[in-house]
Design a binder for this molecule. Structure first.
Ligand code: KG4
Ligand code: ZN
Length: 343
């Protein structure tokens, strides 16, 4: 089944084509992503109204580019998929409306997809050796959670963040360090440039009650307090040392808990999705930690870690092939829950 997937839940307008055939690994034919970073950079964060306006501008050409890159016409498609939530309401509306328009024009079935289901399924596009069940970690700007992924439509959220998402913490600390927007990649680059021993050590994220939950607001406050104290004492903190210290404190708990959870469940494979899975320390440390625990880490390339349409096409294709589809009056759901066990 040849499926077009559309993603517009936040600040990327993205479309991709994936071909699914039962018994064979999926084939990704295109993955086009239009970033809105330049629009939001001036404001230091995503402005929802501007994000929606950009989607409106980008949707037509992104859809066309995804078909062109795949070398197929609209007439060859067999199904459509779109992110239904979670995400920014105005942005989700535009994507869902665009797919409904295509569905009416072509007569094709379409399906609304949970954005996190997309992130958790993306690894199949590059790793034909991935098998259910596996341990899934979603680390993005809006979400930080571990999942017991038992099947394409069955997963259990094990635990997540109490407060900020990991990507949100990267973005906020990058702002404190005046690194511009988007902060995550800039902070990563600066931390990588740090050559000394770790000069600044920050406490690692841990929920106060000792539960397994992640917590990132304390870490962000530690960085702020450190910078304020340094400023009062007329010291000039080395930004790269702060970035490296923060990055270590932010990334290590994700890796430790993912490995612990996979080992606890007796699973052999660990999959990570979301923008923070593109982080260089994360990509270096996760495979090493998995290897020493006898596990296999399956990382996607950065374009498939970040928000993209191919992951939505694949997740949608699995559901369409199972006979599921959405009605034309499908609504968006900005707070769509991910703890679904949909058999
Ligand atoms: O999955 P994603 O593209 O969008 C959401 O669904 O949120 O993730 C975006 C998040 C942002 O917070 C961004 O700063 C972070 O991922 N990010 C990174 C890196 N690249 C993107 N964080 C740390 N290191 C990176 N290299
Ligand atoms: Zn995402």
């Amino acid at each position: 089944m040849l499926v077009l997937g559309l993603e517009s839940s936040c600040d990327e307008t993205a479309a991709g084509l994936v071909e699914l055939e039962s018994g064979s690994p999926p084939r990704m034919l295109s993955n086009v992503i239009a970033s809105q970073h330049a629009t939001h950079a001036v404001y230091g964060g995503v402005v929802p109204e501007f994000a929606a306006r950009e989607h409106l501008k980008n949707l037509p050409w992104v859809l066309e580019a995804a078909l062109k890159e795949a070398g197929v016409g609209l007439g060859k498609l067999q199904g459509l998929a779109v992110t239904q939530g979670p995400g920014l309401a105005g942005c989700l509306h535009l994507g869902v409306a665009a797919i409904k328009g295509l569905a009416v024009a072509t007569g094709l079935p379409f399906i609304g997809i949970n954005h996190l289901e997309g992130h958790l399924a993306a690894a199949f596009l590059e790793h034909p050796d991935l098998r259910y069940p596996y341990l899934g970690l979603v680390v993005s700007g809006g979400h930080t959670a571990l999942y017991d992924v038992r099947g394409p439509f069955e997963r259990r959220r094990l635990f997540g963040t109490r407060d900020d998402a990991a990507g949100e913490a990267f973005d906020k600390v990058a702002k404190l360090l005046e690194l511009g927007f988007p902060g995550g990649p800039a902070l990563d680059k600066l931390a990588q440039s740090f050559m000394g021993d770790l000069a600044v050590v920050f406490p690692q994220s841990q929920a106060k009650d000792g539960s397994s939950d992640f917590s990132y607001s304390g870490l962000k406050t530690s960085v702020r307090t450190y910078l304020e104290r340094a400023a009062k004492g007329d010291a000039v903190p080395e930004k790269a040392a702060v970035a490296a210290g923060f990055q270590k404190a932010a990334i290590e708990p994700l890796i430790r808990r993912a490995v612990e959870a996979a080992a606890g469940l007796g699973y052999a494979q660990v999959v990570a999705g979301g923008g923070v899975a593109a982080n260089s320390l994360f990509r270096q440390a996760l495979p090493l930690a998995c290897e020493s625990a006898g596990l296999q880490a399956l990382l996607s390339s950065p374009a498939l870690c970040a928000d993209n349409g191919a992951m939505i096409a694949y997740a949608g294709g699995l559901r369409l092939m199972a006979g599921q589809s959405s009605p034309l009056d499908l609504g968006i759901d900005p707070n769509l829950e991910t703890n679904q066990a949909l058999a």
